[in-house]
Design a protein around this ligand. Sequence first.
Ligand code: PLP
Length: 387
Amino acid sequence: MTTKPRIYLDHAATSWPKSVAVIQAMTDFMRDCGAAAGRGGYASAAAADRIVTTTRRRIAALVGAESTKSISLHSNGTTALNAAIHGVLKQGDHVVTCAAEHNSVLRPLHCLHQRGEIQLTIVPVDRAGKVDPQQLLDATQPSTRLVTLTHASNVTGAVQPIAEIAAAIRDRPTLFLCDAAQTFGTLPINVDGIDLLAAPGHKASGGPLGTGFLYVASQIEDQVAASIQGGTGSQSESLEMPTTMPSKLEPGNLNVPALAGWSVALKLIQDEGIETRQRQAIQLSGHLHDALSEITGLHVYGERDQLPIASVSINGLTPMDAAIVLDSEYGIETRAGLHCAGSIHSYLGSQDQGTLRISAGHETKGSDIEKATEALQSMTAMMQALE
Ligand SMILES: Cc1ncc(COP(=O)(O)O)c(C=O)c1O
């Protein structure tokens, strides 16, 4: 841990700091309640149930879902995406996705492809990490069971045309899965035309680690099978998993302490308004990209979009070394490497060492961005002097 004041610019990984109200709700729950949800009938168990239901209601409201029953809760974005991917795909299905996806989508698809269960088409992206919607649609076939697309790249922040894709395939039997990991809590989302939407709770929506959700449209609920089996606190006489949402995708106890915090974080977004969060993100993105573009010798991958995420590299310095210098000399926390999204880098030209990613969030101050860009300016100047 650095002794310098901590400047946290790794919000694309997880948001920090969490709001005091979120921390308070978690400690209150653990001290005063602590019961499991969906199991007992006593008063504290009912209080735990209420926390779970309120969390579902707040998520449903933020994505425009018709019912709380459409929201299953998971331990992160990856488990939610896996519940969707393994839940809907069957032998012989064809899947279309794009090269900007995170490994939480690419790895389960690769696994099914390697086992010979599915056919997979991965559509290229441009130098900013954006997919061409027409190219994606052209890759679909009559046998395409699933199109899966990230709402925004966690490497460049490029926002993908999900509404356009949703509208184009809504009348087809093809299901549309959206990975909203980078946008949930920052950009307005509406599940109209989207069959499945997954996101973690620990990024922009301000919840703690150990949270995530999957939205399953009620009309396709019977097309999603449980890929993990276990106790649900219901129908215990049966060896079959319940067939209805959300219990069929929620075996085992939920992480109620974390949900207590996430629920409060979601309420803060509701109170502030998602459009306010979006405006703030666009402003931070502009500030970050404008400042970075002025640094001679610094390469910025992609282009400015709505999210305050930027991937950069400095001539002569590996992204890993740059991240180490930022941390040890300036107390600035960023991330280096491929960012769990291996495929996008060959389109960005960063396949050898990945990028240095700077990502801001709701708690980031303009002065944090200025300190980071000043540090990058000095590091770039030093590398140029050594050339
Ligand atoms: C685009 C994207 N999808 C999925 C995930 C996976 O989320 P989690 O780390 O909560 O499993 C991430 C996390 O970094 C992400 O950036």
